[in-house]
Structures are given as C-alpha cells and as structure tokens.
Design a protein around this ligand. Structure first.
Ligand code: HEC
Ligand code: HEC
Length: 295
C-alpha cells in the first residue's frame, strides 16, 4: 500500500499546522483583548438646556472633529482604511444614541466606555477626557438635535498586523490609553496663557497628551510652532497650509473643517501658549547644558 503522506508531506503538514496554530493564537488572543469588558465609571452628566447650549455644543463638536469620523449628519462613515492594520468606521450616532442616557453618551465620549459596556477603540476619548463638564453637557445637547438617518456602520476590522500590535500593547483601547496617559498633561505656563492652553486641548488627539508628538501619526512636538510667525500660524490653522506653502497630510486635511471656527484672538492665544511652552523647554535644555558644563 502507498503511504498516505511522504516524509516531505508530513513536514509540510507540520509547518501548515504550526502556522495555523500561531495565526489562531494571534487571532484569539487579540480578540480577547478587544472584547475584554471593563468596569464602567459612574458619570452623572445631563445635557444642557439653556438657549445657547446647542450652538456651544456644535462648536465643541467641530473643534474636536466629531463630524470627521461620524459624518455631517452623524450617519457614520469609513474614516480610516489601513489594512492589514485596521479599517475603522465611525458608528452611526444618529441611530446609536437613541435610547441612551445623557450620562451614557458622555461616558463614551470622555471615558471610552460605550453604553453596552464595551471599551471603545479608535474613538479619541483619551483626548476628549480634557473636555469640561460644561462642554460635555453642551456637546450632548448638540448631539441630541440629530434625527436618525442612514444605515448602521460595521464595527472596526482589525487586520493581522493590527492584531499583532494589539498583542504587543501598541494598539490600545481608549480606557487603556487614558490610564497610560493619566500622568501626562498640558504644561502650565502661567495664568496669562490659560486661554491658549485651553484651546490647545484640541491638538492633543494627534500631537499627544503633552503635545510632544505622536509617533504613530508622525506629528511633531508643538514646540516647533514657536518658529511660526503670527500670520503663518493663523494661515496653517484656517487652511491647513504650512509655512512655505506646504501641504502637511492629516493636518492639512482637518484644519479647515475644525480650526477655522476659532477667532483670530483665540488663534493668537494658542500661538502665545505654544511659544511660551517652547521658551521654557529651550531654557530648561540650556539649564541642563550649563549644569553639564559646570558640574
Ligand atoms: C478619529 C475618529 C473619531 C472621532 C474624531 C470621534 N469619534 Fe466617536 N467613535 C469613533 C469610533 C471608531 C467609535 C466606535 C469605537 C468602537 O466601537 O470601539 C466611536 C464611538 C463613539 C460613541 C459611542 C457610540 C455607541 O456605539 O454607543 C460616541 C457617543 C461617540 N463616538 C461620540 C463622539 C463625539 C461626540 C466626538 C467628538 C467630540 C467623537 N465621537 C469623535 C471614532 C471617532
Ligand atoms: C487629526 C490630527 C491632528 C490634529 C487634531 C492637529 N494636528 Fe497638527 N499635525 C498633524 C500631523 C499628522 C502633522 C504632521 C504632518 C506632516 O508633517 O505631514 C501635524 C503638523 C502640525 C504642525 C507642523 C506644520 C509644519 O510646519 O510642518 C503644526 C505647527 C501643527 N500641526 C499644529 C497643530 C495645532 C496647533 C493643533 C491644535 C489646534 C493641531 N496641530 C491639531 C495632525 C493633527
């Protein structure tokens, strides 16, 4: 009788079996991390009801880019397609929020835990955790003005490279990011720059919790904004065109939609804050250099 498999056949079967086992472990392990439930923090937010609430909430939504990922009518959309890492859709909030309490909506926004208890991924709650209670209450009032429209969107799909990144802890849920970044905050550089610092919260999503840049997005440390003059800085925020007429990727894409609602005064205050922060960094670097020369 002919053997069922030759030795070469056995070796090939073993290799295939091993590959399948590794793929299965990566898939199963990452899926467990993605689905792992979390204790939901208690939130007591109630939407604002005063006459200016919706207009204020709309501004918070625009500056923070809610529509960039959730669509103009909050109908949801595909906003990030980078297979084999991840393909992500903003959910259809016009439908998802029906029946959710104001507090549950705020918990998703500022804590990264959805109404059904799942931890959110790819939703920048770690950046929105810097919103004040008042801003969150206004924002919920604004979200409530949208009527259900469009289809339900799929949840994000994680490709093989994305799954490896999940297992290595490089691609994290928002509650995990919140925990990891809890100790980092926007530097205080004096009361005269408090307003600018307030506006700089809108830059955290992509430039990081201390505005030192995010490796994944290749966004720079915002000390470099000190090299901008006032006019070029305002042009960058309003049009996304960087000094010297350059287009700068995601920054160029989001600025006209988000930052054009800022007043010129606000842009100047933001620039003032970033320059003061940069001066401090240079001064402390000089201090270190001087200390090294004169031990
Ligand atoms: C970079 C893209 C992005 C931005 C910007 C963004 N979101 Fe999201 N949002 C998502 C994704 C993706 C999910 C679903 C995540 C998941 O299922 O793990 C989500 C989920 C949510 C949920 C939970 C919905 C549910 O299913 O119960 C709410 C509420 C929400 N976002 C509100 C907002 C608000 C308000 C803003 C602006 C302040 C905002 N989002 C900005 C991507 C984004
Ligand atoms: C949605 C993500 C996103 C947000 C929000 C964002 N940025 Fe950026 N920004 C980027 C990325 C990515 C780059 C690098 C782009 C490149 O070099 O291709 C960048 C580059 C820059 C640069 C350097 C431009 C140059 O000369 O090369 C400045 C200055 C800047 N951002 C300021 C800001 C400020 C101030 C805010 C907040 C008001 C902000 N950004 C918010 C993504 C973002």
């Amino acid at each position: 009788m002919r053997p069922f498999l030759t030795w070469g056949g056995y070796a090939l079967a073993a290799v295939i079996g091993l590959v399948l086992a590794v793929v299965g472990a990566i898939y199963g392990g990452s899926e467990a991390i993605i689905r792992w439930p979390v204790d939901a923090p208690t939130v007591r937010t109630m939407a604002s009801h005063d006459p200016g609430a919706v207009a204020r909430g709309r501004r918070v939504a625009i500056v923070n880019g809610c529509h960039d990922c959730h669509g103009a009518a909050l109908e949801g959309k595909l906003f990030h397609d980078e297979m084999p890492i991840v393909r992500a859709y903003g959910p259809n909030l016009s439908r998802a929020l029906v029946g959710q309490s104001d507090a549950a909506i705020d918990r998703a926004i500022r804590h990264g835990v959805a109404a059904d208890g799942r931890r959110l991924w790819m939703m920048p709650s770690s950046a929105f955790s810097h919103l004040t209670d008042r801003e969150a209450a206004d924002l919920v009032a604004y979200l409530r003005t949208f009527r259900p429209t469009g289809a339900t969107q799929p949840r994000f799909e994680v490709g093989p490279l994305g799954r490896v990144a999940v297992l290595m802890g490089q691609f994290r849920s928002e509650p995990a990011t919140l925990k990891a970044e809890a100790a980092m905050s926007l530097e205080e550089v004096g009361p005269e720059h408090a307003r600018g610092r307030d506006i700089a919260r809108a830059c955290i999503e992509c430039h990081g919790p201390a505005l030192k840049g995010r490796e994944m997005l290749k966004s720079p440390n915002l000390t470099m904004a000190a090299s901008y003059d006032a006019q070029d800085f305002e042009t960058l925020l309003r049009t996304g065109i960087a000094a010297g007429g350059r287009r700068v990727g995601l920054m160029t894409q989001v600025s006209p939609q988000r930052f054009n609602v800022l007043t010129s005064d606000e842009i100047a205050a933001l620039h003032g804050y970033l320059k003061a922060r940069a001066q401090r960094e240079i001064a402390s670097a000089d201090g270190v250099a001087v200390a090294a020369r004169h031990p």
